[in-house]
Design a protein around this ligand. Sequence first.
Ligand code: HAM
Length: 483
Amino acid sequence: MPRLVRHSTGPGETVGLATLGDHGTEACFRVVSRPPSAPTPYVPGPHLTAARLRRVPDFQAPRGTRDLLPAERAAFRRLETVATDLARRYGYREIETPLFEQTAVFERGVGEVTDVVEKELFRLAPRNEESESWALRPEPTAGIVRAYIQHGMQTLPQPVKLTMTGPMFRYDRPQAGRYREFWQFDVEAIGDPGPAIDAELIELALRFYREVGLADVEVRLNSIGDAACRPAYVEELTAYYREHLDRLPPVERDRLERNVLRLLDSKDPAMVELNAGAPKITDRLCDACAEHFAGVRAHLEALGITYALDPGLVRGLDYYTRTAFEFFPRAGGGQQSALGGGGRYDGLVELLGGRPTPGIGFGVGLDRVVLALAAQGVSPPNDPGLVAVVVGADPAASAERLRVATDLRGAGLAVRADLGHRKLGRQLEAASKEGAHFAIILGDELADGQVQLKDLQAGTQRLVGIEDLERELSRATSSHRHG
Ligand code: HAM
C-alpha cells in the first residue's frame, strides 16, 4: 500500500512523494482528482493503488493551459472549419491579428476598470527601456478594430465583415471551462449601426452551434444603452446600491464605485434578491436606444428566433453599447457555461483613434463548445486517419516502401510507410492499431509490378498492379470517406 510521505495540494489535485509499500521505492506522483469532500491537506486512503500513481515529468504545460492532443485537436479543427465556412456564407472574410498588442489597445479598448484588464491581462515583461508595453490578447475585438483603423478600412464599403479564430489569453483562476489560454471563434461587422445586422449575427452564432451539434442553445438579450442614457442610469443604480450598502458583499462594495454595472451580473447568492429589485436599464433607455432595441427584437422575431430578455446581462468589457447578448446551453452547466457572447460597440473605433463608426460582433468559446458537446454525449467526428500503410516482407527494403508511399501521397492520399526494421507481422499489427484501412504489402510480386492490397477492416487480400494502386485506394477512399 502506498504511504504518503509529503505532499502539497492545489485545486483538485495533490502532488507529493509516496513510498510504495512492497518495494519501499519512492515515487513522485500526481493524484489528478481528490474527492470534493476531502479535507486539505488530503491524505489518500487505501483506494490509492500503485497503479494510480504516476511519475510527474519535470515539465508540464503551464497551469490553466493544456495540450490539445490529436483527438482533441481534430475536434477543434472541425469547429474551426465549420466556423470559417459559415462566416464566409454570411460575407465575413478572415483576418489574423498578432497574439500580442500594445497594452494600451486593451486598456483603452476593453477598459481599464474591467477584470479582463485589471486582473487577467498577461503583460509581457519589457525587453529594454525603450520598448513599449505589450500584452497577450485577452480577446480579439480590440485588436481587430485597431487593424481596421490602421489599414484605413473605413474607406472600404461598410460594413467591413471580419472573422478570426484563435487562442486568447486571460490570467484567470483555472477551473473547468475557464482556461488561461482558450480558443475563440470571433465575428465582427464594423460600420453598420443595425439593428438588422444585430439579429443576423445572433442567428449566425445560433446556426454555428446547431451545425456543430449543439441544438439547444439559449440566447439571452439586453440593451445597455449608450452615452446618452447610460450615465443617468449608472447614477440611479449607484444610488440604489448605496442605499443597501450593508447588504453588499465586500467584493461588490469595492466594485460599486468603480464599475457598478458589473454588480448586476454578480454570481454572489447574496446579490440575487438585491439585483431583482434594482432599476432596469431597459426601462431607462433613451428614445433612440429603445427604438434600436425594438428593431433588434423585431428582426429576431422575423427570423423566428426565440430569446430571453435578461436585464442583468451587462457583459464584462467596457466597449459595449446598446445590444448585448450571451449564449448558454439550455441544459444548464454552472457559472462557466457561457458558450459565447457579444454585442454592439458603437464607440470603440473612435476610442482607439478612428472616425466614429458603429460595430457589433460576438465571440464563441470553442473550449466550452467542446465541453458542452461532450456533456451532451455528442462525440466529435472521427479523424479521417490513414488510408493505407505500406509494409514489406523484407524489413531492410525501406527505400521501396518509402517510394511507393511517396508516390501515393503525391496523388493526395494519406499513406504512411513503415520505415522501421520490424517483421511483417508487427508492421501489419501497427497498421491495424492505427486504424488504417489498407496495408500495401511489398513482396516478391513487386518484381512483376504487383503488390498485395490487404483490406485490414474486411480481412481480405488480393494482388493489385502497382500502377492501379492509386485508383483502387481513391475509390475505397471516396466510398469509405477516408483521406
Ligand atoms: P467574452 O464574453 O469575454 O467576449 O468571451 C467570449 C466567450 O469566450 C465566452 O462566452 C466564453 O465562451 C469564452 N471564454 C471567455 N473566457 C474564457 C476562459 N477563460 N476560458 C475558456 N473560455 C472563455 C469577448 O471576448 C468579446 N470580444 C466578444 C465580442 C466580439 N464582442 C463583440 N465582438
